[in-house]
Design a protein around this ligand. Structure first.
Ligand SMILES: [Zn+2]
Length: 96
């Protein structure tokens, strides 16, 4: 009578696992939001006229990927860099 149903134990294990998984992912998400200091940007360059354009980074972006047309000469554009934008500098007020 004291023995627990193995299925019941398994169910508890799954629930505990799911709960801790959710908690960990929630904590990770909130900590990355706090750590975020700048925006991730994608820089792309025209292969014909070297016109440079940057825009917010998107998941599928990678260096070397050809994307879109140059607004200046309608040549092919290629992603040349993915970088973190430095946070905006706080305005230094001159001492009086
Ligand atoms: Zn161009």
């Amino acid at each position: 009578m004291l023995g627990l149903d193995p299925l019941y134990i398994l169910l508890i294990a799954i629930v505990v696992f799911l709960a801790s998984y959710l908690l960990v992912s929630y904590l990770r998400e909130s900590s990355t939001q706090k750590e975020e200091k700048g925006k991730l940007l994608t820089m792309k360059k025209c292969l014909s006229c070297n016109y440079v354009l940057s825009r917010p980074y998107e998941k599928e972006d990678y260096v070397g990927r050809k994307e879109g047309k140059c607004p200046r000469c309608s040549g092919d554009m290629m992603i040349t860099a993915i970088y973190l934008e430095p946070p905006p500098q706080p305005q230094v007020t001159a001492p009086s």
